[in-house]
Write a protein that binds this ligand. Structure first.
Ligand SMILES: [Ca+2]
Length: 534
């Protein structure tokens, strides 16, 4: 290690800081004793829902790798993304800021603003070797550095390909690419690697859950009330489950690789997802199972009392400050914009079951523009708060269509057999309540007792018995959003509708479609476009 090595520099910073904190902190964190900054392995599935993970009680889906991370580490039972859609969820993770604090990056598939340095860029500039495989920050335009696409999650390691069980899975051999990354790893540098599985994002090979995943339709104990219970929907759920298992199988291989290399103890492993499942009323909306996500963190021999369940509320904006702390990097040195999240290191070291930090009793959620299909590229702005077993939701533009306009195929809801089944039934006059829940216009305010009604089926916002609960939640939410300089709290929310989509070809989709242009929307079924609406 040479003199200018960041490793040594930060080790000294650490030692000095702990001298000053000596009275407050009797024991040094174990990772200081190790003398080497820990590696960070961030494993993120694309659209994996909490209910489809073994550690959370699913008997339908086998996720031994995730379950191991939870068992030998911590299982978080109240972890939420602030924004349940790929690009903004990932931007929140990378910056430690809520999506309403990210300008254009608060939208889906935007042009990523230059000023928001990611924690991975910060680590790269401070002695970490960084890289990713699969899906990093996406979709969208990350901008350019020296004429090349900016690497928000480091350089890609996705060249090694493989045969996959279905043709709809990504051919990227994630585990082999991670191994290739490790081989190129200098011995004196810690690493930060992002395993971004493309699974269980759609599309799926229809029937593969039964044909290849060895699952049966009767294995599903319950179809959520917001979908109909038939073979199409059950197959869709099983095909999805099979893709979750595929993500987990690469996590398993990655853990084995680390273990074989003797790096398991010096690597903090985070396993999670960016948003809930791509089914009607879930992904891209703001309800319990859209934002409430699986999260397990393992750090062999460093986490106090492993196997704990953590009930403290965690927001995905808490990852970036945690990783900076692990790397011994102060925020001011990181060049990142001010971080809103709070490090969760104290939860790792506390050893306590359930609640460690009483202040962690709620999370804020929200969204602006996600997919196309409303006039003038408008979004569907929402803010919400989860606290005390309730979820309060404010829909700021209830006159708009929550999942996009019917005539443009409700494009803000991923196309799927389940979506098409609900739309077809509705056209025939059946299951109108399901159509209403997933695609119909919503009231300006919603309140759900998520502790009893996790599917958010019964809106209590107009029930007088809950008016004080509602008002208290609303007031706390707005107060905190104002402190976070949310433009929507200051009458400037339209700013989000005015940022252009990253891809010019999807801009003004609605107007171009109405003029008769054949605009491509390959991700939904042709029949999803409602024909009888002028
Ligand atoms: Ca996603």
């Amino acid at each position: 290690m040479n003199k200018s090595s960041p490793n040594r520099k930060y080790l000294w910073l650490y030692l000095l800081s702990f001298l000053f904190l000596g009275n407050l902190q009797k024991e040094q964190p174990p990772f200081i004793k190790a003398g080497k900054r820990p590696n960070i392995l961030f494993c993120i599935a694309d659209d994996a829902s909490l209910e489809f993970i073994g550690a959370y009680g699913s008997s339908l889906v086998k996720t031994p790798a995730f379950d191991r991370v939870a068992k030998e580490g911590l299982l978080f039972v109240n972890a939420y993304t602030p924004n349940a859609k790929c690009s903004p969820s990932r931007a929140c993770i990378l910056t430690g800021r809520n999506s309403w604090q990210l300008e254009a990056a608060g939208n889906h598939a935007p042009i990523y603003p230059e000023k928001f340095i990611t924690f991975i860029e910060a680590l790269k500039g401070n002695g970490y070797k960084v890289g990713f495989t699969g899906k990093g920050w996406a979709p969208g335009n990350p901008g350019e550095v020296e004429g090349k696409p900016r690497q928000l999650t480091g350089p890609a390691y996705s060249d090694i390909k493989m045969e996959t069980p279905t043709k709809e899975m990504s051919p990227i051999n994630y585990a082999a690419n991670f191994e290739a990354f490790l081989k190129s790893q200098p011995v004196d540098k810690p690493f930060c690697f992002w395993y971004g599985g493309h699974e269980p994002h759609r599309a799926y090979e229809y029937g593969s859950g039964v044909a290849k995943g060895k699952k049966k339709l009767i294995d599903i104990k319950k179809v959520p009330e917001y979908w109909m219970d038939n073979d199409t929907v059950r197959n869709d759920m099983l095909d999805y489950a099979y893709e979750v298992e595929y993500f987990d199988s690469h996590l398993q291989k990655i853990l084995d690789i680390l273990e074989k290399k003797g790096e398991l103890e010096n690597t903090i492993i985070v396993a999670t997802s960016d948003n809930g499942m791509p089914f009607p009323r879930v992904k891209g909306q703001v309800y319990e199972f859209d934002n409430h996500l699986p999260l397990a963190i393992m750090w062999k021999n460093h986490i106090n009392n492993p196997g704990r369940k953590i009930k403290d509320y965690i927001s995905f904006i808490d990852f970036a400050p945690t990783f900076l702390e692990l790397a011994g990097l102060r925020q001011e040195e990181s060049q990142m914009q001010p971080i809103q999240g709070k490090s969760i290191m104290n939860l790792l070291t506390s050893g306590k079951e359930n609640i460690t930090d009483a202040k962690r009793d709620h999370v804020l959620l929200g969204k602006e523009r996600t997919d196309v299909g409303r006039p003038h590229d408008m979004g569907y702005p929402v803010r919400a708060i989860v606290k005390g077993g309730f979820m309060y939701i404010k829909n700021y533009e209830p006159g708009r269509w929550p999942t996009g306009n019917p005539e443009t195929g409700y494009l803000d809801c991923d196309g799927s057999p389940t979506k098409t089944a609900i739309l077809e039934s509705h056209r025939n006059g059946n299951y109108n309540n399901l159509w209403q829940m997933a695609f119909g216009k919503r009231e300006g305010e919603e309140l759900y007792q998520v502790s009893k009604d996790p599917y958010c089926l019964k809106n209590l916002a107009n029930d007088r018995r809950y008016s004080s609960t509602k008002n208290n939640l609303k007031s706390q939410m707005e107060q905190e959003l104002k402190m976070q300089h949310d433009p929507r709290m200051y009458g400037n929310g339209n700013v989000f509708d005015n940022y252009p989509y990253g891809e010019p070809k999807v801009r003004n989709f609605y107007e171009r479609f109405k003029k008769g242009e054949q605009v491509k929307a390959g991700w939904v079924n042709e029949s999803d476009f409602e024909k009888n609406i002028k």
